[in-house]
Design a protein around this ligand. Structure first.
Ligand SMILES: Nc1ncnc2c1ncn2[C@@H]1O[C@H](COP(=O)(O)OP(=O)(O)O)[C@@H](O)[C@H]1O
Ligand SMILES: [Mg+2]
Length: 461
């Protein structure tokens, strides 16, 4: 007779041991049996998926047949090793469950670290305050697929539910969740890539059709056109990255140009190959990109800050700006590392400290970028640079008013403060629509983040 309960547990270093969870029961019966269970916004799933918290860390648990669990765990580890954007596997548990020991069967539970600040697509579409991000999903998914395919990952089930989104300075970064049907290859064949795109198109249409039955979709996200639109963006990006450029030996500047262009798109270039084209002295230049984290790596190297790619680009621009200002003041060139140090000490850290009380579930780099955006907005209206401090004060004032019950959650077009002519304040968790139970079923609870929405988006250069 097989005993029920834990039979094997494999946990990576730096995480809890998870031994206090009721492993003798299938996940479907855990409700009320563990105080660690938490509700978070989430996508649809085939398997039982639960979330548990240990202090500030949240983990996702997914129950699978043992062999499937082992495979998904290994694929996720592989994705991490290749630096690809996906949820991070933390461990794998094997347990025997069943009402009677005689009918006990072995199951595995895959544990992944909850992707902080992630938005499942239903939250993206159903919560007010997130409208500006919806169309960003097109580029985010195209870019995710390009990155995964470059890394040799065949997904096999790319869908809206299997993608998580994180805000990135007004844009979205997408991450893969659910690698159950996936394969890791040295290099992905064109056949596999195209097959993955076909699956994506079909799944996206299905996901949007379900969504359209509940909420109106933005015109740019038509049920049947969105998948093909993502594919087009994917193909453009894929071609751009993989194109070969003819060069002659005295045109080495074109190599730098090409690398710069790829870096501007966020791609790091690992290798440049020059091969004879068979035409007199002509060569063909081929670039091999390694990841789409060029600015993230640079920012991390300079400051130790971990940010998303677009956030990192904006923060690096600020550092470059400060470098130019310092050079003018001191009448000599300043190294970027010095400017980065001054920027951290004088701008980033003091601002972050003041933003702590309004942090909520949003990551600090994102909040800092929101303050920058607010600064551009104010500066554009006032036709002068209002400075970081003034922008921060106004920003905090707006966040505070949002919490104040006297101020309606929705200030459409009304002046928010004498100095702020038109930004609109919208709570991400709109209290006025469906009754709680339905909202909860849609994953709308526990997500009271706020974005300040601008009627005229500021021009971010
Ligand atoms: N590590 C994680 N971080 C955040 N959300 C997660 C994580 N793992 C799973 N989820 C959420 O749970 C949902 C279901 O997980 P998934 O792995 O897709 O299960 P299934 O294989 O049953 O479809 C996802 O859509 C996602 O919203
Ligand atoms: Mg899934």
């Amino acid at each position: 007779m097989a005993p029920t309960g834990l039979t094997a547990i494999q946990i990576r270093q730096g995480h809890p041991d998870f031994l206090d969870l009721p492993w003798q029961l299938p996940l479907a019966e855990w409700e009320g049996k563990s105080a660690r269970l938490v509700q978070v916004p989430r996508g649809l799933s085939r398997h039982e998926v639960l979330f548990v918290s240990y202090g500030k860390a949240i983990y996702a648990l997914k129950e699978l047949p043992p062999r499937v669990g082992q495979r998904e765990y290994e694929v996720l580890r592989g994705l991490e090793e290749r630096g690809l954007p996906a949820v991070v596997a933390v461990g794998l548990v094997k347990a025997r469950t069943g009402a009677e020991p005689s009918e006990a069967e072995e199951r595995s539970v895959l544990i992944t670290r909850f992707l902080d600040g992630s938005l499942p697509y239903r939250t993206l579409f159903m919560n007010q305050g997130l409208e500006r991000y919806r169309e960003r999903l097109l580029d985010a998914m195209a870019s995710l697929l390009v990155r995964l395919h470059l890394g040799g990952f065949y997904w096999g089930d790319c869908s809206l539910s299997n993608t998580l989104f994180r805000r990135d300075a007004g844009e979205l970064q997408a991450y893969a969740v659910d690698a159950e049907t996936s394969e890791l290859h040295e290099r992905l064949s064109d056949g596999k890539r195209l097959h993955d795109l076909d699956i994506m198109e079909e799944n996206v249409a299905g996901g949007l059709a379900d969504l359209a039955a509940m909420v109106p979709l933005p015109p740019a996200l038509d049920v049947f056109e969105t998948g093909p639109n993502i594919r087009q963006r994917y193909e453009r990006l894929w071609e751009e990255i993989n194109k070969e450029i003819p060069v002659t030996p005295h045109e080495s500047y074109r190599i730098h140009e090409r690398i710069r262009a790829l870096n501007d798109l966020g791609f790091s270039v690992g290798e440049v190959d020059l091969v004879a084209s068979g035409e007199s002295d002509h060569l063909r230049m081929r670039t091999i990109v390694t990841d789409r984290n060029y600015h993230r790596h640079q920012l991390h190297g300079l400051t130790g800050i971990v940010a998303e790619e677009k956030q990192a680009t904006l923060l690096l621009n600020e550092i470059q700006e400060l470098k130019a200002t310092l050079a003018k003041e001191l009448n000599r060139s300043t190294p970027l590392s010095t400017a980065a140090y001054r920027w951290l000490e004088e701008r980033y850290h003091p601002t972050i400290q003041k933003l702590q009380p309004v942090k909520g579930g949003t990551d600090l780099s994102e909040l800092y970028c929101q303050v920058l955006e607010h600064k551009w907005f104010l500066s554009e209206r006032e036709k002068k640079d209002v400075g970081l401090e003034r922008a921060l004060e106004d920003y905090l004032e707006l966040r505070k008013r949002q919490k104040d019950p006297v101020v309606p959650a929705l200030l459409l077009g009304g002046p928010a403060s004498p100095s702020l002519p038109r930004p609109v304040e919208i709570s991400a968790a709109d209290e006025t629509q469906e009754p709680t139970s339905q909202r909860e079923a849609m994953g709308l609870f526990d997500h009271a983040e706020v974005d300040l929405i601008y009627p005229i988006p500021p021009q971010v250069k």
